[in-house]
Design a protein around this ligand. Structure first.
Ligand code: NAD
Ligand code: TDX
Length: 360
């Protein structure tokens, strides 16, 4: 029975990954989820698995080396899947420090504890151990509107404090692989969307605002391009890299699903109209008049686009859910989880929204 230590498993991608893995492998695996439960961590995301014998939760900060060491001491961890991070670009522009702490120092703590637990006296590592570092396409910087893709060989050129902190964490993982032959992989994935995404990110924010008849803030000219991937396809990619990826390699993950932000917003508005039942009062206010162009994000990257050739040819990964279908699944999930949205948008979110969008 393989034991997975998942960091940040109470967040958006981490909780989807845990669902994916427990669904796929059942009792063949054991998952320990370590999460600090910041504003982005929510145990409601894992209600349906919390009573399983092969799932457990530890509340801890990944920067707390003693707490992480204890987890490694008490458990024979086979695989670390490292999601825990501060993940929102706009927050990093306001408050970079916590991004460096969690994303850089926290990753170092995870690496050091995994290394100490897995290293043998001759400096090699126990068989079958692997550290998968979950990273982002944003480390590669920004592409021109009219061409080019991010390959694994594209030089790093991060712009925001968020992407700079993720780039630093990737460099640390690379340095451990190069220096110690530490058994790891890095995945650099494009923008994810799907169930359980916190409504500070574009897609859930637009869905929630539209349903509530609130303005839909579009940064700049709305023509920035992101490459969208349904979150379960990301979970599948991580699982496949763990099982089939060559150690020490980086794999880019993305599905050739490039869209301008304004296109995304229009698709959401049309899909909401299509999916809401006739007679639902919200149908009356969901329209393009809600779209509001606001001040641009500082240093706003123009375009991201992943070339997934390597993961496809070496590992056989391909996305299964195209955007048209994925956005319907996502909207359906938000329709069915109104309480989840109410809970996460009460309290601190009200202040966050007021502060972040006050001049917008
Ligand atoms: P998220 O913000 O939804 O979740 C982050 C989780 O990490 C939360 O549960 C939070 O409580 C936890 N966490 C934060 N600081 C912690 C700390 N110090 N100690 C322990 N736990 C802590 O993020 P997400 O969107 O699920 O992203 C997960 C990972 O995937 C991140 O590393 C991110 O950089 C990467 N990524 C995200 C995307 C995307 O589109 N969301 C795309 C590519 C890569
Ligand atoms: O209110 C908004 N209006 C708007 O126009 C918000 C929140 C965003 N945007 C724009 C900015 C981006 O061009 O939409 C695009 C997507 O924004 P986010 O959802 O904030 O994502 P992004 O900045 O692209 O970063 C995401 O993808 C890569 C994740 O947040 C990162 O964690 C991941 O690494």
């Amino acid at each position: 029975m393989r034991t997975y230590l998942v960091t940040g498993g109470a967040g958006f991608i981490g909780s989807n990954f845990i669902h994916y893995m427990l669904n796929k492998y059942g009792k063949e695996i054991r998952i320990i989820n370590v999460d600090k439960l910041t504003y982005a961590g929510n145990l409601e995301n894992l209600r349906d698995v919390e009573d399983l014998d092969n799932y457990s939760f530890v509340r801890a900060d990944i920067c707390d080396s003693a707490a992480i060491e204890e987890i490694f001491r008490k458990n024979d961890i086979d695989v670390v899947v490292h999601f825990a991070a501060e993940s929102h670009v706009d927050r990093s522009i306001r408050n970079p420090e916590v991004f460096v702490k969690t994303n850089v120092l926290g990753t170092l703590v995870m690496l050091n504890n995994a290394k100490a637990s897995w290293e043998l006296s001759d400096g090699t590592f126990k068989e079958g151990k692997r550290f998968l570092h979950v990273s982002t396409d944003e480390v590669y910087g920004s592409l021109e509107e009219d061409g080019g893709y991010f390959y694994e060989t594209t030089p790093y050129a991060p712009h925001s404090p968020y992407s700079a902190s993720k780039a630093s964490s990737d460099m640390l993982v690379k340095s451990y692989m190069d220096t110690y032959k530490f058994p790891a992989n890095i995945t650099n994935c494009s923008n994810n969307y799907g169930p359980y995404q916190f409504p500070e990110k574009l897609i859930p924010l637009i869905i929630n605002n539209a349903l509530n008849g609130k303005k839909l803030p579009v940064y700049g000219d709305g023509k920035n391009v992101r490459d969208w991937l349904y979150v379960m396809d990301h979970a599948k990619a991580i699982d496949m890299v763990i099982n089939k990826g060559r150690l020490f390699e980086t794999y880019n993950v993305g599905g050739h699903n490039e869209k301008q932000n304004i296109e995304i917003i229009n698709i959401i508005l049309d899909t909401l109209q299509e999916m809401l039942p006739d007679g639902d009062p919200r149908k009356a206010h969901i329209n393009k008049d809600l779209i509001t162009y606001v001040e641009d994000r500082k240093g706003h990257d123009r375009r991201y686009a992943i070339a997934p050739d390597k993961i496809k040819s070496e590992i056989g990964w391909e996305p299964e859910t195209m955007f048209k279908e994925g956005i319907k699944l996502t909207i359906k999930w938000y329709f069915e989880h109104e309480d989840w949205m109410k809970n996460v948008t009460s309290g601190d979110y009200v202040n966050y929204y007021a502060e972040m969008y006050k001049n917008k």
